[in-house]
Design a protein around this ligand. Structure first.
Ligand SMILES: C[S@@+](CC[C@H](N)C(=O)[O-])C[C@H]1O[C@@H](n2cnc3c(N)ncnc32)[C@H](O)[C@@H]1O
Length: 195
């Protein structure tokens, strides 16, 4: 039987969507990373739409969680993923990757963000898309700790720019690590090119 792989090349619901053309213009043989894979929609969309990606790292711990990122921000979770949903999300991501035709390009790290960070050398990735943060503290921690891993000239980016707390956390870290950098914010995503 001639089995067709999944095709995410034109997915309209991928959180990473607004960054696709920027990633596609970054050069050849890119090595990128998504922090917070969930069901795999963004990971596979960027892989299908950007043939210039050689390797795509994905990180997710697939633990139950409560998400506080939204307006107004009060540090109280309002969106919950319980254990059965986490197990389903994990299954969905691995299933989609397996039948995407892109499996050989994916390196999956099923672990916490802080644990995965130890596996990467500074200035080793062409782009990073951060979509793990669930609290203000996690925004600051993830953005601050992953910034050194992006190469000079690479794209440092993430999701949830439409929320006050992500704008605040990302801007604070930018002011600390690269005050001259100009953040682009559009359609729920933020990014800047690392000097
Ligand atoms: C909003 S979802 C990501 C959505 C995904 N980027 C997409 O485009 O469909 C957040 C994901 O981050 C993961 N996550 C949250 N905190 C994490 C942490 N500290 N380490 C690893 N993964 C984490 C959750 O398990 C969840 O799957």
């Amino acid at each position: 039987m001639n089995q067709q792989p999944y095709d995410f090349s034109n997915a309209t619901d991928a959180d990473i969507g607004p960054l696709i053309h920027a990633i596609g213009s970054l050069g050849k043989d890119l090595v990128g990373l998504e922090l917070g894979v969930f069901t795999g929609t963004s990971l596979l969309t960027v892989l299908h739409a950007c043939p210039n990606i050689k390797t795509m790292h994905g990180i997710d711990n697939y633990k139950p969680y409560g998400d506080c990122i939204g307006d107004p921000y009060n540090g109280v979770p309002f969106y919950f993923v319980d254990e059965k949903v986490s197990v389903f999300n994990r299954f969905m991501a691995f299933h989609r990757i397996k039948y995407s035709g892109m499996e050989e390009k994916v390196v999956f790290h099923e672990m916490d963000s802080g644990e995965a960070l130890k596996k990467f050398e500074p200035e080793s990735l062409d782009f990073i898309f951060i979509d793990t943060y669930l609290t203000y503290e996690q925004v600051v921690d993830d953005v601050r700790s992953w910034y050194p891993i992006v190469k000079s000239g690479g794209l440092f980016a993430g999701h949830d720019w439409h929320t006050t707390i992500v704008r605040k956390g990302v801007t604070e870290v930018r002011d600390e690590v690269e005050p001259d950098a100009v953040i682009t914010g559009y359609d729920e995503c933020w990014s800047w090119v690392k000097k």
